[in-house]
Structures are given as C-alpha cells and as structure tokens.
Design a protein around this ligand. Structure first.
Ligand code: ZN
Ligand code: ZN
Length: 133
C-alpha cells in the first residue's frame, strides 16, 4: 500500500512506495546512477573523489551521498567518496554516522532503556545505579 506524497524533487503528487520520489524523477535518478556507476567502474576513476565524479558526470553530490547511504554504492567501489556524518559533520564513507557517533548513540540507547527500568521500578524501594560507561 502506498500513501500520497509530494515528490521532493519536482513537487509532483505521487504514490509513495519503495521509492521516495515520483516515477519520472526516479527514472531520472536511475539514469544518473548508471552514469555514476559506469564512471566509478573504470579502474582509472577508482581514486576519484565525490567532487570529481560529480563534476565529470554532472550528478549532484547529494544524490551520490544518498546512494552511499542506501549502500547502492559500496565504499570499496569508491574509496575516496566522503560525506559528513549526520550528527557531527565528520567526514565518513559509510553509513549515516561516524563510528564515534554510532558508538555514543548505542550507549544512549542502552542508557535510555536502563533509565526506563529505573522509572518502572521507582515504586519499588530498590535503587538501580545506571552505569554511564
Ligand atoms: Zn518528481
Ligand atoms: Zn559523527
């Protein structure tokens, strides 16, 4: 089942399914993806940075970043593709967060569930010491 949404690229109303843009923009994106993919497949382009690839193919860096996050482009295929971590802005080449942020996020999650346990047992006299480390 899809829901109606406005295409973030062109504003067209479309039924949102597995893809996040309308059919027309999706096809545009696919063409761009093939262009970028063909480019980085060439051995001599292996060391190209995202900026260079974007320049050569005319494809926006934001789109290339999206494919990296979706893992359509694997870091091993483009070792010099870097983009900022969504949390702190450190340059990364894989996933959405740098290792620091994903580590601290994991810790936060653990802390939260521990805090939840403390809350749930607060009517009991036992006190849980939440270990922040
Ligand atoms: Zn569109
Ligand atoms: Zn980070």
């Amino acid at each position: 089942m899809g829901e109606l949404a406005n295409c973030p690229q062109c504003g067209e109303l479309f039924v949102k399914r597995a893809i996040d843009v309308c059919q027309k923009c999706y096809q545009e994106e696919e063409k761009k993806f093939e262009k970028v993919y063909a480019f980085i497949r060439k051995k001599r382009n292996r060391t190209a940075t995202m900026y260079e690839v974007s320049n050569e193919t005319g494809v926006e860096e934001s789109l290339i970043t999206k494919w990296l996050k979706q893992k359509r482009i694997h870091p091993s295929q483009a070792p010099n593709f870097n983009y900022p971590c969504e949390r702190c802005g450190n340059m990364i080449s894989e996933g959405k967060l740098c290792s620091n942020c994903s580590d601290s996020l994991k810790r936060d999650l653990v802390d939260e569930s521990a805090a939840q346990q403390v809350k749930e047992s607060s009517n009991v006299t036992t006190y849980y010491n939440v270990n922040k480390n």
